[in-house]
Design a protein around this ligand. Sequence first.
Ligand SMILES: Cc1ncc(COP(=O)(O)O)c(C=O)c1O
Length: 425
Amino acid sequence: MDELVKKAETLLTPALFFHTPVVCRSARGIYVDATDGKTYMDFASGLAAANVGHAHPKVVEAIKSQAERLIHAGCIFHYESVVELAEKLQGITPNGIDKFFFSNSGTESVEGAIKLARYFTKRPGIIAFSGSFHGRTMGSVTLTASSSKYKKHYHPLLPSVYHAPYPYCYRCPVNQTPGSCSTECFAHLERIFNEDITPEEVACIIIEPVLGEGGYVVPPSEFIAKLRKICTRHGILLIADEVQTGFGRTGKWFASEHFSLKPDIITMAKGIAAGMPLGVIGASREIMDAWPPGAHGTTFGGNPVSCAAALASIKVIEDEGLLVKSTEIGAKAVERLRDMQTRYRVIGDIRGMGFMIGIEFVKDGNVPDALLLKKIMDICLMEGLIIVECGREKNIARLMPPLITEAGEMERALNIFEGGLRASI
Ligand SMILES: Cc1ncc(COP(=O)(O)O)c(C=O)c1O
C-alpha cells in the first residue's frame, strides 16, 4: 500500500469513502498523474465537479488573479466576482430564477433551499423522492433516500418530511411497463396528501431532474410536467436539485431545460466552479426577497476565488462549445453502449443525457449485479480508467467525464470498459 494511504488511514476519519486507491500527484484536463507512475482518465470528474477538467488554464489564471487581489470577504464588504457571477447565473439558469444565495457546497445549498421554502410559505412539510441524494447534513440527509446507511444512527431527523417514489422506469415502483405507463407512480403523491400531510401544509417538493447517486435515472417528461402543475395548484414550491445535473452535465446548462421545467428554487454546486468549493441557491425575486437580513447567512459562502473560478469555468463551457460537443459525443457513446447491450445480456439498461450516462448491470433477468460491476471497474482502473458506481445496489456504472473529453478519448474509454466487461463475464 502507498505510504500516503497508510498515513491517511491513521489521520483521516474512516467515514470518508475513497472510490479508488489512486494517489494523485497532479491532475490536468481529464488526466490524473498518480504516484504509481500511471496516468488515469478521470471519468468521474472528481465526483461530477471538474466539468471543464482539472486545472483548466483559464480557470487557474482566474484563480491566481483573484487570489492576488482578494481571497476572502466574509460578508464584511462587497466585491465584484460574486455580483458578476450572480448576473451570469441569471442569464443561464431557467427563466424565473433572478436572485442568488451563495454557499460552499451542495448540502448547504439544499439546507438553505428548504429553509427558504419554509420561510416563504410558512408551511412545515417537505416532500422528496425515493432514491434521491440531497446531501449529508441533518436537514438534507433527511431528504436523502438513496440508502438508509446515510441515516443510520442519526435519527431523529427533520420532522414533516415525506418520500414519494421516483419514476425509475426500468424498475417501475408501481409495476407498469413503458407501454402501459401513464405515470401511475404519481398517485403516491396524492396518497401523501390524503394520508400524511395536506398540500396546504407542504412548503416544497424537491427533486433531482435526473436522479444522480440513486442510479442516473431520467424521469418521463410527463411526470415532471405533472409535478410542476400540482405544485402550482397547491402553492407548493418546486425545488430542482441541480447539484449534480448542473453546469452542462446533461448537455444543457441545467437538466430542468430538458423538461422545460421552471423550478421555483434551484440548488447548484459541484460542477459550478471547476472543483473549487461553491454552492448556490437560486430563486425568483419574490421568493428570495421574502428572506430578511439575518434569516440566513454564511462566512465563506460565495468566496471571491471560487466565484472567479466559476465565472472562468462558465466562460470555458461557452467558448469551447462544450454543451453541444458533449451532447454529440455523449449520444454516440450511448449508441455504442446500446450496441454493446445487444451483445451482453448483463447490461440491463442504459440511460442518461450528455455526459451523465448510467449503465445498469444485472443477472438472472434484472437482479442487480454489483459484483460484476466491481470486477469491471477494477479492470478499468488497472487499464487507467477511473469509473465510479451509483444506485442503492451499486450495480450502475456512471460515466461522468469532464465535458472537455474528446471523441477519441471517449472511444478509448469505452474500449477499456468493453474489454473489462468481456474479461469479467
Ligand atoms: C443532487 C445532489 N444534491 C446534493 C449533493 C450534496 O452535495 P455536497 O457533497 O457538495 O454536499 C449531491 C452530492 O452528491 C448531489 O448529487
